[in-house]
Design a protein around this ligand. Structure first.
Ligand SMILES: Nc1ncnc2c1ncn2[C@@H]1O[C@H](COP(=O)(O)OP(=O)(O)O)[C@@H](O)[C@H]1O
Ligand SMILES: [Mg+2]
Length: 98
């Protein structure tokens, strides 16, 4: 199970995430919806260890992800596929990045 509790993230002075809390129970699919700039990608970056939140907690099967490497998280089942990352050569969106 994945659990975010009151997560906040800043990029310098930009307050990107304000108190995000959510749960992804085992075996369930959870979608994150929001307008451009709402913080979807930032939430995923915090989950996959690409960004460290200034406050709050991200727990994977009860253990905090803080301080763990991306590689370690991948081995434990956290796979982050960035939007339009050029996975498909012919994709018209391949130059758009998260
Ligand atoms: N690398 C960055 N540096 C500064 N601000 C950023 C950066 N990435 C995202 N932001 C800002 O953080 C907020 C959330 O962005 P983002 O997580 O990319 O939203 P979404 O994926 O929902 O479009 C926006 O205000 C955006 O401008
Ligand atoms: Mg995004």
């Amino acid at each position: 199970m994945l659990k975010l509790d009151d997560v906040s993230l800043y990029y310098g002075r930009v307050h990107a995430l304000r108190g995000i809390s959510l749960e992804v129970p085992e075996g369930r699919i959870v979608s994150l919806l929001g307008a451009n700039g709402a913080g979807k990608s930032s939430t995923l970056k915090v989950i996959s260890g690409l960004c460290a939140p200034q406050s709050g907690d991200v727990r994977l099967n009860g253990e905090s992800v803080q301080g763990r490497s991306c590689g370690d998280l991948v081995k434990n089942g956290v796979i982050h596929c960035p939007e339009g990352g050029g996975f498909f050569r012919s994709s018209p969106w391949r130059k758009i990045y998260v």
